[in-house]
Design a protein around this ligand. Sequence first.
Ligand code: C5P
Length: 222
Amino acid sequence: KRKIIVAIDGPAASGKSTTAKELAKKLGYVYLDTGAMYRACALQAMRGGISLNDISSIVLMLEKIDIQISYTEEGNIIWLNGEDVSQQIRTPEISSSASAISAIPAVRYKMVELQRKLGKNGGVVLEGRDIGTYVFPEAEAKFFMVADLEVRAKRRFKELAEKGIKTNYIDVLKELKERDEADANRSLAPLKPAEDAILIDTSNLTIEEQVHKLYEITCRII
Ligand code: C5P
């Protein structure tokens, strides 16, 4: 069996993470959450009191930032300068600032370099916004996952509630909508399906059905 690169892109809360994680398990591949890297950058900027308009301070911050990933059964652990920040990067506040910071080219160049380094040997499922279009345009399997905004907002609201993060449904819906618009409209590597990506609408699919669909297709490619 070949060890290929599987790219899974799509808007926020479209089911990418859960599916990518399960798919990687079934294939015996590594799962890589690229959004977590932008989230870690956002956390670092927030902690340093750096404004996201202050590009030169962001560039300085990037020179010193140390982001490491470790792989576990439950997913990735993300280390920021030696500290496990996996939980702290999941707040709605970090979601919005991750989107803002990810539009800065210097940030993307640095994160994409890391992603390419970690994924280049294949046997990996990468999840993000620009994996199939920009990070690995040569990926052998490309999926673009979508779902109705309301379905996504309900999922994300439930997920946050389960983590004990207080929000309300309307705010979650608004945050997703704004973030997708920002991600789709930035100039460098915007959120969009690659020409050769397979579109998967998860609005009416269970997690099992989603995983099964991607697994079947990937196995045919391998
Ligand atoms: O996937 P997740 O919601 O954790 O990503 C957080 C933010 O990071 C996204 O809204 C997007 O702005 C950015 N991102 C990106 N490219 C990726 C992954 C995430 O720009 N490959």
